[in-house]
Design a protein around this ligand. Sequence first.
Ligand code: SDX
Length: 391
Amino acid sequence: QTGYITMDPGFGNTGSCTSAITFMDGEKGILRYRGIPVEQLAEHSSFVETSYLLINGRLPNRQELIRTSVQLNDDSLIHEDMQIFYQNFPRRAHPMGILSAMLNALKSFYPELQDTEEEINRTFLRLLSKIRTMAAMSYRISRGHKVVYPRADYSYCANFLNMMFDSPVRPYELDPDLVEALNVFWILHGDHEQNCSTAAVRVVGSGRVNLYAAISAGIAALWGPLHGGANQAVIEMLTSIHESGADINDVVRRAKDKDDPFRLMGFGHRVYKTYDPRAKIMKKMCDTVLPKLKVSDPLLEIAKRLEEVALTDPYFIDKNLYPNVDFYSGIVLRAMGIPTEMFTVMFAIGRLPGWISQWKEGADDPNWKISRPRQVYTGNTLTDYIPIDQR
Ligand code: SDX
């Protein structure tokens, strides 16, 4: 047996860590943030309010919510010198690579210590606010467009959309349905217990590096096509089916072929062995948001057909392979006008409050141990050195 004994990120040598943030039941398809079902948050909350819930462990009262929104607005600009970094990335650089690098750079521009409770909470809000500005900036500069600054009169999500799409020749018109859809999209990505990128944040954070660097590690981990990069991979898969006219049955057949590396992207999950509750909401959003935005996307029909064929196929049924959060999320993002290469960045913005809350949970634990996975050694037994002329 190779590999290493699974270890809790920063929680000592056990097989699973304790956390009070997110509850998941993979068999029943349950997801709750601080005990509140994600379905209720998607229906009633906002992304800023859900971020407050994840980080502080309870919903804010009205005063606290207003104070948080004002703080997010105050912190929404980034240091002008950071724009020089952006100008020097190749235009085709992937925005996830840029985001991870720029998040790390924040420490150099905002070196405030994280010693007091107040400074740490300020750092959380600074991160939540600036990630939006940095993401939109990477998109604008990659297009050779002028950077759009945040506005004091816009909400968190509205500001992001405006920073992405406003133009002097065609001022961006905010659509309340679209702003609402973005709130729900980001709420659904808020946290997901010890997934790959969150574990990376906890493992890197357990060495007591600054929060920006730990979050930068989480962004790098999320980029992978088996993890957050799947939302971009799903759309690439659906687009190739659409453009090639491939038969859906053949696609599903290929996904089952052991000798074929092709997998049905957006299907399967390490924990959910039933329909991902977030995918259910995402799928409903496709049926409600697209008509409201007067968008009809041929990829939606292909996705629904793929799901229908796969979920009646013994291979997928026996292996408990169902749509996960990424299967329909890309179709919602397309309807918002978000370019495919920005999809995983959208996932990262949504997951940021979860990463922050998980890092905080570790940092608040006086016994937060450095993460140090062990291994099952399968190499040579004791071996003597052989001088080169005898080899
Ligand atoms: C996210 O952990 C989280 O919480 C992540 C996430 C979050 O919010 O943070 O939910 C976000 O990352 C969702 C997952 C996005 N990734 C994809 O959609 C990529 C496609 N899915 C697969 O690569 C896979 O399902 C994983 C990586 C998601 C899960 O892998 P597992 O649980 O380790 O499954 P496995 O690789 O052990 O597969 C079990 C069996 C294998 O067949 P056998 O070896 O038993 O014969 O199922 C097969 C796999 O070949 N299988 C698939 C498949 N996923 C698994 N076959 C075809 N298509 C697929 N998508």
